[in-house]
Write a protein that binds this ligand. Structure first.
Ligand SMILES: [Zn+2]
Length: 335
């Protein structure tokens, strides 16, 4: 990322000097201010107009869901169509840094390959932003926090040992004894600090974080659908409302899908529960509950379910169990 950051800094310097000739580019780095939101623009393709739309969108989501961003800050890195920066990162939320990367305009397949603007990409922004909201909920859960910490340690250990291996093999060549000693010390320190953790506990931590991530994906789709009051929202972001691809059909909330345990990936593990989730949402809405109240309630329910499953043994038919258990819990909501 270093080169790109440098390019961007150079770009700001350049555009400040040449302001009179390229005013449109010179404006590209500023966005409306929202407390708790740090905006970074990764490239020169992002227009001021798009940036304002995206930031106002975040502000409106906060209002709808009464989410206090000042208490739970986020950094959003925006870029425009065709930027190398965004295609390298992809649209994603990075929980360890509380950072979101988002491509405002993107080239995608919407019947044919074309560039879509914020009207279509906003559904993805809603989904990614929802990950940040769910991260706040997960952060209050001890089981998740502990597991998340251990997976972070694993990741750090992997990086350090790779760097150490490179230093031993002298990549890059040269005298790197100092670096090698430093890395060896770091690796030893990690091993010493975590030697009391058993193999089973490490494995369990990975199971817990992936389990929570399934509920996280479900919540992100739900929050986007609730925000737009449309159970087909995820199709709008992926297929312009066509919902023809199996995966997108399984991400809708208005199609009944049999609980056959077919695992279609992280986004569709709970395909069989989505219809019941939407029924519950509508029931609570009819009882006069606000969108923010409903989302908060369902977030808590998802986290309870994740914790419950984390304590059950792993087996082949567990996706069926996760879904039937979730549907059963949903039936008790709002009675
Ligand atoms: Zn996601």
């Amino acid at each position: 990322m270093k080169n790109r950051t440098t390019t961007f800094i150079l770009f700001i310097a350049f555009s400040a000097i040449s302001y009179a000739w390229v005013p449109k580019i010179a404006f590209a780095a500023s966005a409306p201010l929202i407390e708790g939101l740090r905006v970074e623009v990764l490239d020169t393709n992002t227009s001021q107009e798009d940036l304002v739309k995206a930031v106002n969108f975040i502000s409106d989501m906060n209002k709808t869901f009464q989410f206090d961003l000042a208490q739970h800050p986020i950094k959003i890195k925006f870029c425009g169509y065709g930027s190398q920066a965004c295609s390298a990162w992809g649209n994603a939320y990075y929980p360890e840094e509380q950072t979101l990367v988002f491509e405002i305009r993107r080239k995608t397949y919407f019947g044919k390959i074309r560039v879509v603007d914020f009207e279509f990409t906003q559904h993805t922004l809603a989904h990614e932003y929802a990950h940040h909201v769910f991260r706040v909920h997960m952060g209050q859960n001890d089981v998740y926090q502990r597991a998340f910490h251990l997976t972070q340690v694993t990741e750090k250990y992997r990086k350090l040992t790779t760097e150490l291996q490179n230093a031993i093999e002298k990549k890059p060549p040269g005298n790197n004894n100092e670096m090698r000693n430093y890395l060896e010390d770091q690796v030893k320190m990690l091993e010493e600090n975590y030697k009391h953790i058993s193999k089973n506990e490490w494995a369990h931590a990975h199971r817990v974080t992936s389990l929570f991530s399934y509920y996280n994906e479900l919540f992100a789709d739900l929050m986007a659908a609730v925000y737009f009051s449309n159970p087909k929202t995820m199709c709008l972001g992926i297929e312009a409302g066509v919902c023809s691809v199996e995966e997108t059909i399984r991400r809708q909330f208005d199609v009944q899908i049999s609980n056959d345990g077919m695992k279609w990936g992280a986004h569709t593990v709970f395909a069989a529960s989505r219809y019941d989730i939407w029924l519950t949402y509508q029931k609570l809405l009819n009882q006069g509950r606000s969108k923010s109240y409903i989302l908060e309630k369902l977030a808590r329910l998802f986290i309870q379910q994740a914790e419950l499953n984390a304590n059950q043994p792993e087996n082949e038919s567990e996706i069926v169990r996760w879904n039937s258990q979730l549907i059963e819990a949903l039936n008790k909501v709002g009675r």
